[in-house]
Write a protein that binds this ligand. Structure first.
Ligand SMILES: C[S@@+](CC[C@H](N)C(=O)[O-])C[C@H]1O[C@@H](n2cnc3c(N)ncnc32)[C@H](O)[C@@H]1O
Ligand code: SF4
Length: 365
C-alpha cells in the first residue's frame, strides 16, 4: 500500500511498519483516506466471513494485459489445457475503461495467462493505475525473455513496484525441459536489472515440479548471486489432471518436502527472504488457504470479461460477466458470483472450482 516497494532493497529494509491493527488502520487512513480504509476493513471482513453478496470493492485486481505468450512452458495451462480461444493484447483504452469500474483498490497485478511484456502499453497502464490510485502497488510476473534494464527503468518510472521472474530452474538443461530455453539470456538480464539503482523489488520465482526438485538449493543460491530481493516458490497447480497423472508433478512427496525445506534453510542462511505458496495438499496437508479470490481478487481478461480467478482465466468457460456492457458491481453481486460464493462457503464445490486447492480442505476432484 505504499511507495515502499519502489525503494531499493537496502532502504526498504529500514522502513518500519506500524505495529498493531489499530495503528495500521490509522496509518492507512492517513495515506489513502477514510473511505478506502473502510473499504479495506469491509473487504477483510468479507474474506473472513465469506458472504454471498459483497458490498466492498476488491482490494486486489488482476488484468490479463496479454493472453499471448512467447514461451510454451510444460506446466502452464496454456500447454495442458490450451490457450484461450480468443487471444490478444489488452489495449490502453480498454484498460483505462476497465480500471474506471473500480472505486477502490490497493494492488494491481498486470499479468494473466500470457506474457505481460509483450504488451507495449504496459508502462502507460501502470501510469494509469497511479493516476487513479497513487498509493496502489503494481506487480507482475514475467518469463524474463523481454526483461531488459531499459524496459524495467521505464516501468519503474511509471510506478511498477514488484517483478517476479519465473525462471523455474537453476540450470539451463532444466529450464530447457520446463520453459523451452534461453536460460543464460534471462539470468544475465535479471542480473542487469538488479544492478539498476532505481529498480522494483525483484523475486526469482519457481513452481516446484519433478524436473526442478533436485536443484532448489542451487536456485536459492542463484537468486543470492543475482542479488534479487526474494525467492518465491509455489506448488504446481494441476487441477485439470487427475491426481498422479501429471508428468510435471513431484514423484516423491518425501523428497520434495526435504528439498523445499533445505532451500528454505539455505535462503535463511543467505539472509534472502523466501516466500512459499503451499498449494499441494499431498505435500503440505496442514497448509490450506481458503479461496479469497471470489471475495477480493477478480480476474479481468484482455477483452474485458470478468472471471473468478487466475486459475480460471478462460472467458469461453468461466466468464461471470462482461465489463464492457455491465457495471462491475452488477457482476460482482450477480447470479454467477453469488452461486459460486454460496457453494464454496457451504462446502458445495462449484463445478468450476473442482480440483482447486483453495476450494476445500482435502483434495476435491
Ligand atoms: C501464467 S504465468 C504468466 C506470467 C508470465 N508469462 C510468467 O511466466 O511469469 C504466471 C505465473 O504462473 C506460474 N505458473 C504457470 N503454470 C503453473 C502451474 N501449473 N502451477 C502453478 N503456477 C504456475 C508461472 O510460473 C508464473 O509465475
Ligand atoms: S507460464 Fe508464463 S511464460 Fe510460460 S507459457 Fe505460461 S504464460 Fe507463457
Amino acid at each position: 500500500m505504499s511507495a515502499e516497494s519502489l525503494r531499493p532493497a537496502a532502504s526498504r529494509a529500514r522502513v518500519e511498519k506500524p505495529q498493531g491493527r489499530l495503528a495500521r488502520m490509522i496509518a492507512l487512513a492517513h495515506s489513502v483516506g477514510a473511505a478506502a480504509t473502510l473499504n479495506h476493513i469491509a473487504a477483510a471482513v468479507a474474506v473472513r466471513r465469506r458472504p454471498t453478496r459483497v458490498a466492498s470493492w476488491p482490494r486486489f485486481l488482476q488484468f490479463e494485459v496479454s493472453s499471448r505468450c512467447n514461451m510454451a512452458c510444460a506446466q502452464c495451462s496454456r500447454s495442458t489445457l490450451g490457450p484461450p480461444q480468443h487471444q490478444g493484447h489488452m489495449s490502453l483504452s480498454t484498460f483505462e475503461k476497465l480500471l474506471a469500474h473500480f472505486r477502490h483498490f490497493q494492488h494491481v497485478t498486470l499479468h494473466g495467462l500470457g506474457e505481460p511484456l509483450l504488451n507495449h502499453d504496459l508502462a502507460a497502464m501502470a501510469r494509469a493505475v497511479k493516476a487513479r490510485a497513487p498509493m496502489a502497488t503494481i506487480g507482475l510476473n514475467t518469463n524474463g525473455v523481454l526483461l531488459t534494464p531499459a524496459r524495467v527503468a521505464e516501468l519503474v518510472e511509471a510506478g511498477l513496484g514488484e517483478i517476479g521472474v519465473s525462471l523455474d530452474a537453476a540450470t539451463a538443461s532444466t529450464h530447457q525441459v520446463v520453459r523451452g530455453g534461453r536460460f543464460d539470456q534471462i539470468v544475465h538480464q535479471v542480473g542487469a536489472v538488479c544492478e539498476l539503482s532505481a529498480r522494483p523489488s525483484v523475486a526469482l520465482a519457481l513452481v516446484v515440479m519433478e524436473p526442478n526438485v533436485g536443484e532448489l538449493v542451487e536456485f536459492v543460491e542463484l537468486g543470492a548471486q543475482l542479488k534479487v530481493d526474494r525467492i518465491s516458490f509455489c506448488d504446481l497447480s494441476a487441477r485439470w489432471k487427475p491426481e498422479g497423472t501429471d508428468p510435471m508433478a513431484v514423484e516423491s512427496i518425501e523428497r520434495a518436502r526435504r528439498m523445499t525445506l533445505a532451500a528454505e534453510r539455505r535462503a535463511a542462511e543467505l539472509n534472502l527472504p523466501f516466500v512459499y505458496t503451499k498449494l499441494d495438499r499431498a505435500l503440505w496437508p496442514e497448509a490450506f488457504i481458503p479461496c479469497f479470490y471470489l471475495w477480493d481478487y477478480p480476474y479481468v481478461t484482455w477483452e474485458g470479461f470478468l472471471t473468478p480467478c487466475c486459475a480460471l482465466p478462460y472467458a469461453e468457460t468461466a466468464a461471470l460477466g462482461d465489463l464492457r456492457s455491465s457495471s462491475f458491481k452488477s457482476i460482482w453481486n450477480g447470479p454467477g458470483y453469488r452461486a459460486m460464493r454460496d457453494g464454496l462457503s457451504r462446502g458445495r464445490i462449484p463445478e468450476l472450482c473442482r480440483g482447486c486447492h483453495h476450494a476445500a480442505p482435502g483434495v476435491v476432484r
